[in-house]
Design a binder for this molecule. Structure first.
Ligand SMILES: [Fe+2]
Length: 251
């Protein structure tokens, strides 16, 4: 029996994982068009193999210590928010991107704390789930990855667009956006910081491709590779080809 059709989670699954899945399923209300992807996310969250681990006691980045308390206070109550709230300050928060390839203000404006993952409270190689904190006035540029992803806004607001020619969608607290595998997408914050709950599942190939416009009007894509500590480091670039544009839903 495969992970896909097994209806029962592992009997020794940590209680926290069961609470997270139960909370996720009653909090996320997908519309009919996205229900299959939302169901995949919930199923994978329920079935991910996890083990409890003690996160290292590192100093949280300044953005997290300065913004997280107010974001947690502003979070509207929901089963998922109420499950994550007591965990948020205990996570091993880290800067997602190193600043060697991007503006330090951007790199320093994107922080994550894994609940499930290699550096989460629940260690897993099957799936990533956690909190994502974005500073005000940050644009996380167009990018694509093989994983299926959901962003559920816990506090603040975000603008997300799924393609170069697409309009941004506004997502406030309680709303969500599901990004299918390889779909190109961009996140932008306004005047306020934003706190998001995310799940990454499916093909966890450690590549995240940023799309970059070039001076001659063409586009490149730059490959960021996931490092052992879960941060991303830029490794190579290539011209953006037509096949990738089509696969990325950019038409
Ligand atoms: Fe993404």
């Amino acid at each position: 029996m495969t992970k896909t059709d097994d209806p029962k989670p592992h009997p020794r699954q940590p209680a926290l994982q069961r609470r997270l899945v139960d909370a996720y399923e009653v909090t996320i209300r997908p519309d009919p068009a996205e229900a299959p992807l939302a169901a995949t996310l919930a199923r994978d969250l329920r079935h991910a193999a996890t083990t409890e681990q003690e996160p290292p006691q590192t100093q949280a980045p300044g953005l997290v210590t300065s913004r997280l308390p107010a974001l947690l206070d502003a979070m509207p109550a929901s089963p998922l928010a109420d499950t994550l709230r007591p965990l948020a300050q205990t996570l091993d928060w880290y800067q997602i991107y190193d600043a060697t390839h991007v503006d330090p203000a951007l790199a320093g404006g994107l922080m994550a704390g894994q609940v499930i993952g290699s550096r989460g409270i629940l260690h897993s190689r099957d799936l990533y789930m956690g909190l994502f904190l974005l500073a005000p006035h940050v644009t996380y540029p167009l990018h694509q990855h093989a994983a299926l992803e959901i962003y559920h806004v816990l506090a603040g607001e975000i603008y997300i667009r799924h393609g170069r020619a697409k309009l941004s969608m506004h997502i406030g607290a309680g709303g969500h956006s599901i990004t299918p595998p390889h779909q190109v997408h961009e996140l932008r914050t306004g005047n306020d910081a934003c706190l998001i709950a995310y799940v990454w599942t499916g093909d966890l190939t450690g590549e995240n491709w940023w799309w970059e416009p070039q001076d001659d009007g063409s586009w490149d894509r730059v490959c960021w590779q996931r490092q052992l500590d879960s941060s991303w480091s830029a490794t190579r670039r290539e011209p953006l080809c037509e096949a990738e544009i089509l696969r990325a839903g950019d038409r």
